[in-house]
Design a binder for this molecule. Structure first.
Ligand code: 2NE
Length: 273
C-alpha cells in the first residue's frame, strides 16, 4: 500500500511500513511539513493491522536526518506549534505507535535526527553513520526526549557530554554507548534491517505492543518536560543569542554567542533581559 506525500515516502510491504525522509538537498533535515507528514505516516502505520514493524530512514547514503531545516528557520521554523516544528508530537508518535519503530541509520543522525534515533525502539546503523547533537552550536536545544530520554539511553554523564560538547560520534562509538543496537557495512544495512524485521514479525503482535507500552510507561513523564521545554525554547528562539546560531550556520562562520551574551555586541534586545 502506498500513500503519497511531498517530503517523505511511505510504503508498506509484507508487514513492514517503511517511512523515508526524502529531502536529500537538505541532508534530510525536517521542516514543518516534513514533521506533519511523518506524524501522519506513523499514525497510519500504527493502526494498519497488516503492519508489524516500522522502519524510519532517510533517502540516499549521506544522511538519516540532520534535524530542523535551518534554511526554514527565521526566529522560528516554518510550520505549526510553539516553535514552528511539531517535533514533540513527532517524537511522541514514534513512542505511541504500538509497534517497534526501527531507525535505519544510513548517514548523519545529527540534532533532531539524533533525537529521532533516541526515540526509536531500535536502531541499526551503517558503518558510515555519524551521530551527535548540535543545538548549543546553532542556538537550539531539544528539551524533553532529546535530553532526558538520551540520558536514560546512554547514561547521564555521556548524555551531558553529547549536549555540552556537540561532538560527532562514529557508529562504533554509538554502539558502544548503547545509542544503537547494531552496526553493519553500508552494503549490508538493508539485509540486516530486514532480518530484524522478520524476527519481530514472527512474534505475537499483542505481546510486543504491551512490552513497548510498558517500556514507555517508565519514561512517559519526560513528555511533560518536553512540553514545558518547548515553551522555553519558543522564547529562546526570539533572542539574539539563538538567532546568531542560525545565522552563523547559514553563513558558514563561527557564532559569536559569548559576545552577545556579555553585551559586547549591541542587539537592540538589551532592555528585554
Ligand atoms: C550534518 C552536518 C554535520 C554535515 O556536515 P558537512 O561538513 O558534511 O556538510 P555541510 O557543508 O555542513 O552540509 C552540507 C549541506 O547540507 C546542508 C548544509 O547547509 C550544506 O548545504 P550547502 O552549503 O551544500 O548548500 N545542511 C545540513 N544540515 C542542514 C540542516 N539541518 N538544515 C538545512 N541545511 C542543512 C552539518 O551540516 C551540520 O552540523 N548541520 C547542522 C544541523 C542543524 O543545525 N540541525 C538543526 C539542529 S536544531 C534541531 O534539530 C531541533 C530540535 O532537535 C528540536 C527542536 C527544534 C530544533
Amino acid at each position: 500500500m502506498m500513500k503519497t506525500y511531498t517530503d517523505i515516502i511511505y510504503d508498506v510491504h509484507a508487514g513492514v511500513a517503511r517511512i523515508t525522509i526524502n529531502r536529500p538537498q537538505k541532508y534530510n533535515a525536517f521542516r514543518g511539513l516534513t514533521c506533519d507528514e511523518l506524524i501522519d505516516a506513523l499514525n497510519a502505520a500504527a493502526w494498519d493491522k497488516s503492519v508489524g514493524v516500522v522502519v524510519l530512514t532517510g533517502i540516499g547514503d549521506k544522511a538519516f536526518c540532520t534535524g530542523g531545516d535551518q534554511s526554514a528557520h527565521d526566529g522560528g521554523y516554518d510550520g505549526r506549534g510553539l516553535i514552528g516544528l511539531p517535533v514533540e508530537e513527532l517524537q511522541s508518535m514514534i513512542r505511541e505507535c504500538p509497534k517497534p519503530v526501527i531507525a535505519r541509520v544510513n548517514g548523519y543522525a545529527i540534532g533532531g535526527g539524533n533525537v529521532l534515533v533516541t526515540c526509536c525502539d531500535l536502531a541499526i546503523a551503517s558503518e558510515t553513520a555519524q551521530f551527535g547533537q548540535v543545538g548549543p552550536k546553532v542556538g537550539s536545544v531539544d528539551p524533553g526526549f532529546g535530553t532526558a530520554l538520551l540520558a536514560r539511553v546512554v547514561g547521564e554523564k555521556r548524555a551531558r557530554e553529547i549536549w555540552f560538547m556537540c561532538r560527532r560520534y562514529t557508529a562504533a562509538e554509538a554502539l558502544n554507548m548503547g545509542l544503537i543496537n547494531a552496526v553493519v557495512p553500508a552494503d549490508q544495512l538493508d539485509a540486516e534491517v530486514e532480518k530484524w524485521c522478520q524476527e519481530i514479525l514472527a512474534m505475537s503482535p499483542t505481546a510486543i505492543s504491551i512490552a513497548k507500552r510498558s517500556f514507555n510507561a517508565d519514561s512517559d513523564s519526560i513528555r511533560g518536560i518536553g512540553g514545558l521545554g518547548m515553551q522555553a525554547l519558543s522564547l529562546y528562539y526570539n533572542s539574539a543569542e539563538s538567532q546568531e546560531g542560525v545565522k552563523a550556520f547559514l553563513e558558514k562562520r563561527k557564532p559569536r554567542f559569548r559576545d552577545i551574551y556579555e553585551g559586547k555586541i549591541k542587539t537592540g534586545q538589551e532592555n528585554n533581559e
